[in-house]
Design a protein. Sequence first.
Length: 209
Amino acid sequence: MLTIAVSKGRIYEEALPFLAEAGIVPTDDPTTCRKLILQTTRPDVQLVIIRATDVPTFVEYGAADLGIAGKDVLLEHGTEALYEPLDLNIARCRLMTAAHKDAPPITGRVRVATKYVKTAQSYFASLGIQAEIIKLYGSMELAPLVGLADCIVDLVDTGNTLKANDLEPRELIMNISSRLVVNKAAMKMKNADIAQLLAQFEKTLAQRV
Ligand code: PRT
Ligand code: MG
């Protein structure tokens, strides 16, 4: 049995075609059913539906053999304990700093609100900027508006969320896409099955270019 961890929402939607090309079609729809384990049209493959930020944890501990997670989540979690063999190039966006549209450029000390604490810490350190990082779990955009932080580090796609809150994107930290990650023990123990799946995903990717 192969267990694949995937989060509901945009990653799930964009992963479906990859899975379908590999003959893996979930027999339930996670948006309407409350099941956390989804059987598929392949009796040897099941999906576990979890929060995006939990995907690396499930795969690291072998609760799932494989997972699909955003590079943002993987960076923040740390990737030493996982194999990351494939960039699926889905759920793309940019990890950026953003600030109020009228705020001056950052100089000296800065207060940063984000859920990407480690990533933000090392980004500002790499620039030699002293940053005080304030961990939030959501609605980062609010922080500069109420004086909680000078800027935020968050994902940007269209930029509409920033704009709606009088913020603007500033510096690009990293382009983000979702990656296939594999448990290290599973890569050995289930190598034939995983290699086959990887090859199929690569084929689907190649057809897209
Ligand atoms: O939603 P939940 O709290 O359950 O978890 P999550 O937010 O981690 O999951 P989800 O499904 O929203 O995001 C999963 C992954 O999708 C992320 O880890 C990213 O790798 C990727 N992704 C791609 C995005 C976006 N694009 C994105 N635009 N994740 C979030 N956003 C959010 C962003 O945080 C901001 O609030 O969308 C807003 C910005 O969008 P624009 O279009 O207004 O710029
Ligand atoms: Mg979300």
